[in-house]
Ligand binder design. Structure first.
Ligand SMILES: *Cc1c(COP(=O)(O)O)cnc(C)c1O
Length: 372
């Protein structure tokens, strides 16, 4: 029996042909036609006019903040229930993250909490320079009221859709709601380039600026002329070739993860104390990861006992993200609310959900959980 991972890379079969195409064209240089095509295909899929392929989702977040002029002395508000990368990018700019709690219905940023906090911040005269709203575990945040609140106070919205490519909100694609939004093609995401990311922009000027900063901020001159600090953040043409083959397979991957979620819900939903992460009525989740909470007052085995059992069967499980306001590295940062995300972390579990997970492997996971 081989180890079962949470969300391993899944080959579509088309990668080798695309890589051959890239290699035989001679474009080993970082930029090239595969990258241009990958950006255009992502734009078409997501419904954003401009895209810049980058070396990671974290780099995309960093550049999103840079093009908005975020820097020292600024506050950036961030969903607290997320991966550290979301707030690390804020720290790179010298700005301070402020963490906002989740709502129960989607586990994502609470739009009412946000609206109230923005009203207070406006009254006190220190609004955040930007908001990063995360689409968690394949499910969009409640983006309409979030975008409306941001618009009302002139706060740019960055949508962190790293975990949600392929999801929709009221029929519109994840990644199309912010002034800027970001995707990740890390190895564990729904499509992967082994490592990579993308910045999506509504304004051409933002995309142009990000492209400029991502290639060492070289001024248009014959010699190497630099007026600002740049980065080496561009996605390589070879990796973009892999990304194109993965993207062409996205719909199958979404259906595979949804089917896995449906089976877990069907075959584990009767366990006392178990509540699966709800799918909000406003959209369609990819269920990038299937998550549940285990109420220790009713369950026969608590979350950690279940994780131990999975580990004993060589199955990778994880707790839900630890809220960033609880992370030692962000100890000194302000939090607005936090009880909902803290409870989700205390009792939440993520189950293996990869699009290549076979029915037999799913049975092994279900069996291990039920035995626990
Ligand atoms: C994976 C992830 C990122 C970072 O993407 P990388 O490509 O790994 O840098 C950012 N935000 C969230 C919510 C993620 O899950």
């Amino acid at each position: 029996m081989s180890r079962i991972y949470l969300s391993p890379p899944d080959l579509s079969g088309g990668e080798r042909a695309r890589l051959d195409e890239a290699l035989s064209s001679g474009w080993i240089a970082p930029l090239g036609p595969q990258l241009d095509a990958f950006e255009a295909e992502i734009c078409a899929r997501v419904g954003m006019p401009y895209a810049v392929g980058l070396s990671s989702g974290t780099a995309a977040l960093h550049l999103a903040l840079e093009v908005l002029g975020v820097g020292r002395g600024d506050e950036v508000w961030v969903s607290t229930l997320t991966f550290a990368a979301t707030a690390n990018a804020v720290a790179y700019t010298g700005a301070t993250p402020v963490f906002l709690d989740s709502e129960e219905t989607s586990w994502n940023l609470d739009p009412r909490l946000l609206a109230d906090a923005l009203a207070t911040a406006a009254r006190d005269g220190h609004l955040p320079k930007a908001l990063i709203a995360v689409d968690l575990y394949g499910q969009c945040a409640d983006l309409e009221p979030i975008a409306r609140a941001c618009e009302r106070y002139g706060v740019p919205l960055i949508e962190d859709a790293a975990e949600a490519l392929g999801a929709t909100y009221r029929g519109q694609s994840a990644g199309s709601f912010g002034t800027l939004s970001i995707l990740s093609f890390n190895g564990n995401k729904i499509i992967t380039t082994s490592g990579g990311g993308m910045l999506l922009a509504r304004d051409r000027a933002h995309a142009d600026r990000a492209r400029f900063l991502s290639t060492q901020a070289r001024e248009p001159a014959r010699h190497y002329e630099h007026k600002v600090i740049g980065y080496n953040y561009r996605l390589s043409n070879l990796l973009a070739a892999v990304g194109r083959a993965q993207l062409a397979d996205l719909d199958r991957r979404v259906e595979a993860r949804r089917a896995i979620n449906a089976r877990y819900c069907r075959e584990l939903g009767d366990l006392p104390g178990w509540t699966f992460m709800p799918e909000a009525s406003y959209g369609r989740s990819t269920f990038w990861l299937t998550c549940a909470t285990i109420d220790p007052a009713h369950a026969r085995a608590g979350r950690d006992a279940v994780l131990d059992r999975l580990a004993g069967q060589d199955i990778e499980g994880r707790p839900v993200w630890k809220p960033l306001h609880l992370q030692p590295v962000f100890r000194d940062c302000r939090a607005i609310g936090g009880e909902v995300s803290e409870r989700l972390f205390d009792h939440g579990i993520c189950l293996p959900s990869g699009s290549s997970l076979t029915p037999d492997e799913q049975s092994r996971v279900i069996e291990a959980v039920r035995t626990a």
